[in-house]
Design a protein around this ligand. Structure first.
Ligand code: C5P
Length: 308
């Protein structure tokens, strides 16, 4: 008599990213923009759980500030696409039930989709003992999106190429952030297209994060605040002028610096401490912003969660 194997389950957690520096150069021939960016993973997470199952399925659960209808469903979901890719490359048979628990704002400039893709890749590898190396996973991640390799890596890292070439950076700080998502997302391609319209003479080479690297190594929030930079902020603010008032308000409430996260529309505020972050949250909520989140960084990249 042979033993009947029950379903197996693996859960992986992946973090949101922000860009402390986002230098954008003129569009390349393939339409992507060359980047010189500094990513940081912060403590807002999506969890992806895979369970072996005869019939594939996808289920979504979202934090109360995320409309479940805003998350792509079925084959349009990037976790689903990540599994299609890794299954094709490994040739491993089988199907899974995918459960995604989302706390990272959708279409918010925080790499929520990339986090799900990274988590799905790692979960597949562990569920099937596929034996993929870190380099294998990073290469698959780069095929799925520019930010997906960083979602695997986490911490604080420099990103070059179109953002997919990542290397860890020395970061001595534990930084406190306040994040304000918008109810309506912004399309990343649309923000890049608007960058092209606003800056037809953009240099081919993206701006380097010169002073930011020493600020990170110093661990001093005021120094870091002075060096934060985002070349997509101008196009994002042009598309969503109300974000300018939000940034001013957050800074007025005591944030050291506010800026658009990646391609937006989420705005992030660097604070001097957890207490400072609470004060900014209270101020912004008093000004009518219902959803104001506190996060800290850097945190780990995609990692397995212990079984309950
Ligand atoms: O790589 P990812 O799928 O995240 O990119 C989404 C879109 O954002 C691309 O199709 C492109 O329009 C734009 N993009 C870009 N330059 C980059 C990254 C993204 O133009 N470096």
């Amino acid at each position: 008599m042979s033993a009947v194997e029950g379903p197996r389950t693996v859960s992986v957690r992946a973090a949101a990213k922000i860009n402390l520096h986002l230098g954008v150069g003129a569009a390349r021939d393939d339409g992507f923009h060359p980047l010189d960016t500094v990513y940081q993973a912060i403590s807002l997470y999506d969890d992806v759980t895979l369970t072996t199952a005869g019939v594939p399925s996808l289920s979504l659960q979202t934090a109360d500030y995320i409309e479940v209808g805003d998350v792509p469903f079925g084959p349009g979901n990037i976790a689903y696409q990540a599994l299609e890719l890794v299954r094709a490359r490994t040739g491993l048979p089988g199907t899974e039930r995918i459960e995604v628990l989302k706390s990272i704002p959708v279409a918010g400039g925080m790499a929520g989709g990339s986090a799900d893709a990274a988590a799905a890749l790692l979960a597949f590898d562990r569920l099937h003992a596929a034996g993929l190396t870190d380099d294998d996973l990073l290469a698959l991640a780069a095929e799925l999106g520019s930010d997906v390799p960083f979602s695997l890596l986490g911490g604080t890292a420099r990103g070059r190429g179109r953002g997919e070439l990542v290397e860890p950076l020395d970061d001595r700080g534990s930084w406190w952030w306040v994040a304000v998502p918008s109810t309506t997302g912004l399309s990343t391609p649309e923000v890049y297209r608007h960058f092209d319209r606003l800056f037809p003479d953009a240099l081919a080479e993206p701006a380097e994060p010169a002073d930011l690297l020493s600020a990170l190594a110093s661990g001093e929030p005021l120094r870091l605040a002075r060096t934060l930079h985002n070349d997509l902020q101008a196009p994002a603010l042009d598309l969503r002028p109300e974000l300018g008032a939000l940034i001013d308000r957050g800074e007025g409430e005591g944030a050291l610096r506010g800026l658009v996260s990646g391609s937006g529309p989420t705005c992030i505020f660097l604070c001097d401490s957890l207490d400072g972050a609470h004060a900014v949250v209270a101020g912004l909520q008093g000004a009518g912003h219902d959803v104001v989140l506190i996060a800290n960084g850097p945190v780990a990249g995609a990692h397995l969660l212990a079984r309950p």
